[in-house]
Design a protein around this ligand. Structure first.
Ligand SMILES: O=C(O)CCC(=O)C(=O)O
Ligand SMILES: [Fe+2]
Length: 934
């Protein structure tokens, strides 16, 4: 029988702090109360480690890098054990405070203790309104009779196992040349004896405002696994905002600690988090901390390292000192603190000024006091594209230099009325040799800081060193070390780097950054190539007919898929190529078919990839755009004055008459439609107009808008039917309400009223075989996560000027317009645009890339999302490497347009997580998250 108050004497002990809360802050200008942002952390199903281990591991690494926090289910800890644990925990805390304080309720080994509050707190902001049992995992000699300890031991064993497994997966992300040694390191240094379990209880706090259950902190360990109850209150700092983690009863929360951050050289992130006190309900959580032994040296796994090496003991010591000096731990870096304090400071502008003035200097003084012992040694440095060459005198540099002495033609003279330094073409090209594996990354919209871009490439685990440097505000030079890495990155063509779209193009010695090179890697397939001709020499030769062969895919190299050989070849896409070649000697040879997979268009007008001249946004923008205020009155919405266009017609049939469509305009995108729009007198060009099968009830909003044609056209002899086009509507087979507000069309974008699309359908469209998770890309708005400090002053690329402010809806323009290619659709995804998303799921080899325009909206949002899905050719199968961006709905209150062209794989050859749509009619954002996988 328990008697006596179980609650620690918070009110009495911290009376002074509670009384002394200072004067009320100055009144704020009226503004709507800010709702806490509640998020579902990335959720990872660990049972997938059996069936699709690499994808699952990649997700774990990505979550650790992007979020620092994620949840796991399928973790192997039985729910029944979690139940018992919860009961034991509640019971332990229900004991009278006086008993708990004695620290004898459990018989764990030395180091076990009960704590509550924050004895060193000198202000309310340092107080944690919670109590805890700290339990070192040191095996205790004596077996126990206590049921509580047995349950805790059982849980500890399970969760420790899980932590090793996760740490191993994360460590494996750094294997590189060191093979499995990183995993060995974890196992060797993080023995159970150096790990901890902490049982937390957060008693109801009568003064919830401004009182923490657990003060903001990062964890001083490699990683932490938390089992929390349903009450909620855990928050983490993301992009300068505190966001609340939505409890999930079956999941365990995993977060990266400081040691993993330092060890991974900032690739994985130790994110600040806190628990808010609750005025009514008590909350329980259990945290397992994976820690190394004190003497373990934490040494960054990548050079140049951001942190100097330090021992765990040293780090603990520094934290102790920091707490003494400043009242709180400073940890690895000061940056989080500043963000956090600024996030908190939103309550009072006076406080913001105070913080801006005080905080940096306070931290600075800490660093100065610490002298050379600061752990923050330097930024992530890049060796530079000249691979870290040191400055030398010219005398030294030029003496014996092959580059200068081998070429004799070198003179100062004049050319075209200018002084000139003239040297030979051979030397010009020779100097380009070290850039053989260089690429240019183009950020058309916004760009993360260089540190983040480097981090991204680091996560790709390239086989060689690399350098990422800025060519100008929007372009980076990516210098890779070998052809393998080159093939891998260039074949991808685009990535999505920390929320920013990047197009990767070949560097060339005559590169003009304002133009793109039409030379791109394209996969060539040679169906039914004779098996004995799967030799490197033949494949290389075949590739050479078309361009520069780079490599074959794995299945070709190993001969595991004799039906087709595939070779990645850099080709000039402005050229035309035959679709078959003669292969072999006169008598024995034969005609070999060649398929070009995903040959991108190239615009000869603006010199960029992704669209043809007739779809060029620059060209089209020269012609006027027309906004139809009410398309119910007029469903014909011209995209440009040059070509006819039938609008996404709000359920209204459209009529297109007396137009000659020339071949270029249709651009191969012709699909039968037999719904109701009329077309009279439309003359189709000769050629390969293709009839779709009856079940292809597809529409092609892109084609409609981007080709400026606006019709899907059927061909029956000379007669043609067109039908109206409602993105996502017909295709989804939904009965649409006729939207009230209709469509605005300008040159390249349509806005569709929004209840036209039910995002739940998207999920269904992917079918069972499509993989699925769901990742919230909320942080793509968080440009503040970048660290502009590491770049040159005054050129802050994350500034609103460059990024289009924090709301990308304002300034983004369509950069990539491209007609839809045809694909034989299989599987359940019936809608054309959804089908596109589903392609990755269905392994359609004939089609590799496309774009869909998808429109969504709610009362809050209207926007356009453009999706690009491409084959990821350098993997065994097809994976989508693109998807839509998303905007957190709470940030959008009016009509927005975004062009969200590509979401890429962050890890090579794995599936892509995309948030398809913003929250719609649901308080559960999970509903709208999907993952496309192969
Ligand atoms: O109680 C929680 O949810 C978090 C606990 C925590 O952050 C910790 O123990 O380090
Ligand atoms: Fe924590």
């Amino acid at each position: 029988m328990v008697s006596g108050d179980p609650n620690p004497p918070f009110l009495r002990t911290y009376k002074l702090l509670l009384d002394d809360r200072g004067p009320p802050p100055p009144p704020l200008p009226p503004s709507p109360p800010e709702k806490d942002a509640v998020i579902n952390l990335p959720l990872i199903e660990l049972s997938r480690l059996i069936l699709e281990p690499e994808e699952c591991k990649a997700e774990i690494r990505l979550a650790a890098a992007e979020w620092g926090f994620f949840q796991v289910v399928g973790h192997g800890v039985p729910p029944e054990l979690l139940d018992r644990l919860r009961k034991v925990q509640a019971n332990l805390f229900r004991q009278p405070f006086a008993e708990k304080e004695k620290g004898k309720l459990l018989d764990f080994a030395a180091g076990y203790c009960y704590t509550w509050g924050t004895p060193t707190a000198t202000s309310l902001s340092q107080l944690s309104w919670s109590e805890a049992y700290h339990i070192p995992m040191t095996p205790s000699a004596a077996p126990t009779k206590l049921r509580a300890r047995r349950v805790i031991d059982e849980y500890a064993t399970r969760v420790a196992q899980l932590s090793y497994e996760l740490a191993g997966i994360l460590a494996e992300g750094f294997e590189g040349k060191e093979g499995r040694r990183n995993i060995d390191y974890m196992e060797e240094h993080c023995k159970p004896s150096s790990c901890y379990l902490r049982l937390n209880r957060y008693p109801p706090c009568p003064i919830p405002k401004g009182v923490f259950g657990l003060v903001p902190h990062t964890d001083t360990d490699f990683l932490t696994i938390v089992y929390q109850d349903q009450v909620g209150g855990l928050q983490l700092l993301k992009g300068g905002r505190w966001i609340t983690v939505k409890p999930n009863s079956s999941a365990l929360i995993v977060n990266i600690g400081d040691l993993f951050q330092a060890w991974s050289n900032d690739v994985y992130r130790s994110v600040r988090h806190r628990v808010m006190a609750n005025s009514e309900i008590e909350r329980f959580s259990i945290a397992f901390q994976l820690c190394p032994s004190y003497e373990t040296i934490i040494h960054s796994k990548k050079s140049p390292s951001i942190y100097r090496s330090f021992t765990f003991m040293e780090y603990k010591q520094q934290i102790k000192e920091d707490v003494k000096l400043f009242g709180h731990k400073i940890g690895l870096s000061s940056q989080n603190h500043l963000l956090e304090e600024l996030a908190n400071a939103s309550v009072s502008s006076a406080r913001v000024f105070a913080l801006l003035g005080l905080l940096p200097s306070r931290l600075l003084s800490r660093r100065l006091l610490a002298g050379g012992t600061s752990l923050m040694a330097k930024k992530m440095l890049d060796p530079g594209f000249l691979a870290g060459k040191q400055p030398k005198s010219f005398k030294d540099a030029l003496s014996g230099s092959v580059e200068s002495n081998d070429f004799l033609d070198f003179r100062i003279s004049s050319n075209r009325g200018m002084p000139s330094l003239w040297f030979s073409e051979e030397e010009f090209l020779h100097l380009a040799k070290p850039f053989e594996f260089a690429l240019v990354g183009k950020f058309p919209l916004k760009r993360p800081s260089l540190d983040f871009i480097r981090r991204f490439f680091f996560i790709l685990k390239l086989s060689g060193e690399f350098s990422v440097t800025l060519l100008d505000q929007a372009n980076i030079l990516i210098k890779l070390a070998n052809d393998l890495d080159y093939a891998r990155v260039s074949a991808h063509r685009s990535y999505f780097v920390y929320g920013c779209f990047i197009k990767v193009i070949k560097w060339s010695p005559v590169l003009d950054l304002s133009e793109e090179s039409p030379i791109v890697p394209v996969w060539l397939s040679f169906p039914r190539l004779y098996p004995h001709l799967f030799s490197s020499r033949i494949l290389f030769g075949l590739g050479s007919i078309f361009g520069r062969p780079i490599h074959t895919d794995n299945a070709t190299a190993s001969g595991s898929r004799p039906s087709v050989a595939r070779v990645l070849v850099e080709i000039d896409v402005t050229k035309s190529f035959p679709d078959s070649v003669w292969l072999g000697p006169e008598k024995l040879g034969y005609v070999q078919k060649v398929i070009f997979e995903g040959m991108p268009s190239f615009c000869l007008f603006c010199k960029s990839l992704g669209h043809k001249k007739m779809e060029c946004p620059k060209l089209l923008s020269k012609s006027s755009s027309v906004v139809i205020p009410n398309a119910l009155d007029n469903p014909l919405v011209p995209v440009s004055t040059e070509v006819p266009f039938i609008s996404p017609g709000c359920g209204i049939s459209a009529k297109l008459s007396d137009v000659a469509l020339d071949r270029d305009v249709l651009d191969g995108e012709i699909i039968v439609n037999n719904i109701f729009a009329d077309v009279e007198g439309v003359v189709l060009p000769d050629g390969d107009c293709r009839a779709a099968s009856p079940d292809q009830a597809f529409v092609s909003p892109n084609a409609a808008v981007l080709n400026g044609v606006g019709v899907d056209v059927a061909r029956e002899g000379d007669s043609v039917n067109a039908r109206d086009v409602v993105p996502g509507a017909i295709s989804s087979g939904l009965n649409l309400e006729v939207p009230q507000k209709c469509i605005t069309v300008s040159n390249n974008l349509i806005e569709v009223p929004v209840n036209a699309v039910d995002t739940r359908f998207v999920g269904n469209s992917f079918g069972d075989s499509s993989g699925l998770d769901i990742r919230n890309h909320v942080n793509w708005l968080d440009s503040s996560e970048g660290d502009p400090g590491s770049e040159s002053d005054g050129n802050d690329l994350l500034s609103p000027d460059f990024c289009g402010e924090s709301d990308p809806g304002c300034d983004f323009t369509l950069v990539n317009v491209r007609p839809i290619s045809f694909v034989g659709n299989r599987g359940r995804a019936r809608g054309r645009d959804w089908a596109m998303m589903g392609w990755g799921s269905h392994h359609c080899t004939s089609l590799v890339e496309t774009i869909a325009v998808v429109s969504f909206g709610t009362e809050q949002i209207q926007k356009i999302v453009q999706i690009h899905i491409a084959k990821c050719p350098d993997t065994d199968g097809i994976s989508t490497d693109s998807g839509p961006l998303c905007l957190p709905s709470q940030t959008l209150t009016e009509s927005h347009r975004i062009q969200a062209p590509y979401v890429s794989l962050c890890a090579h050859g794995t599936k892509t997580d995309v948030l398809i749509a913003p929250k719609q009619n649901s308080s559960d954002p999970e509903q709208n998250r999907y993952q496309i996988s192969d």
